[in-house]
Design a protein around this ligand. Sequence first.
Ligand SMILES: NC(=O)c1ccc[n+]([C@@H]2O[C@H](COP(=O)([O-])OP(=O)(O)OC[C@H]3O[C@@H](n4cnc5c(N)ncnc54)[C@H](OP(=O)(O)O)[C@@H]3O)[C@@H](O)[C@H]2O)c1
Length: 330
Amino acid sequence: MYRANAHRYELMRYNRCGNSGLLLPAISLGLWQNFGNRNDFNSMREIIHFAFDHGITHFDLANNYGPPPGEAEINFGKVLKDDLWSYRDELIISTKAGYYMWPGPYGEWGSRKYLIASIDQSLKRLGVEYVDIFYSHRPDPDTPMEETMMALDHIVKSGKALYAGISSYSAEQTSNAITILRELGTPCLIHQPRYSMFDRWVENGLLNVLSDEEVGCVTFSPLAQGLLTDKYLNGIPGTSRAGRGLGNGAIQQDDISPSVLQKIKKLNELAGQRKQSLAQMAIAWLLKDNRVTSVLVGASSVAQLKNSIGSLQNVSFTNEELSAIEEILK
Ligand SMILES: NC(=O)c1ccc[n+]([C@@H]2O[C@H](COP(=O)([O-])OP(=O)(O)OC[C@H]3O[C@@H](n4cnc5c(N)ncnc54)[C@H](OP(=O)(O)O)[C@@H]3O)[C@@H](O)[C@H]2O)c1
């Protein structure tokens, strides 16, 4: 029988999520790519145990994570039921709806019809009565923002989620969503944008909106899906995300161009001088900004997650290091 490490809360830092009452671990675990039916169940279980044993209380899912879509929620639900059920009140489980999930006009985007049907499906797959955070996974250009936000508000008020969040909304869309949710009486808890050294769009307005509005920020793909590690320095391993040719938004072999590889090499050297792995430096670089509440990592093994958590040993940078990073990223 699984028993959580008694010292887990001494091993993690917790940051307040905006001006809410909720604290999130500095590092959270996402179940996008490595928790579907092509992965070994025992390995998934070990990763989840290791995370919780090291103070990672937040597990991020979405209706479509797998493959096939829905499978990651089912697998997480099994581990929850078998091993973590007595710890349910120590967990922050999030899920989302926005991307394609089922055929016909009601199986994706941001209508009230889709979001409410989807949360009901997610709750069944996860085997829970409520999730902690429910997100609109992406803005819908054709549905009025009011309708999507009213659906989030309904989901929270009906007890199916404790908090509402949005993902990948632009700075302007985020301001709008925050205002509407506030008027409805369900504050926007959090935004989940992509952010890494290789993808810095959030620096053009979004981070400031979140900090001005005191909304939390959990950043996804902090390692640019594995590019910001040493794994591609000597070729593309067949077992890696790029090597497996997964599709569905996963990085491809073509993403590892000679110029990207050159940057990775230089960043890797700099990380070595800081006595960190490149993955650790990439996570630390995000956490140095106090507008970032939590960094949402993926992991295909316990060893990777262990390495990523090690980033917390050193999250400060000298001005020289920051300038050197800027120079490499130019
Ligand atoms: N809201 C959204 O639209 C959205 C979109 C994407 C992701 N997300 C969320 O963000 C989470 C993280 O995204 P992500 O998986 O792309 O994040 P990531 O942390 O950038 O990439 C994870 C991948 O990097 C490699 N890796 C991780 N730690 C490593 C380490 N210490 N050393 C060497 N390699 C390491 C592994 O690649 P290999 O598999 O090659 O071993 C792993 O699968 C997802 O699970 C999901 O919850 C949200």
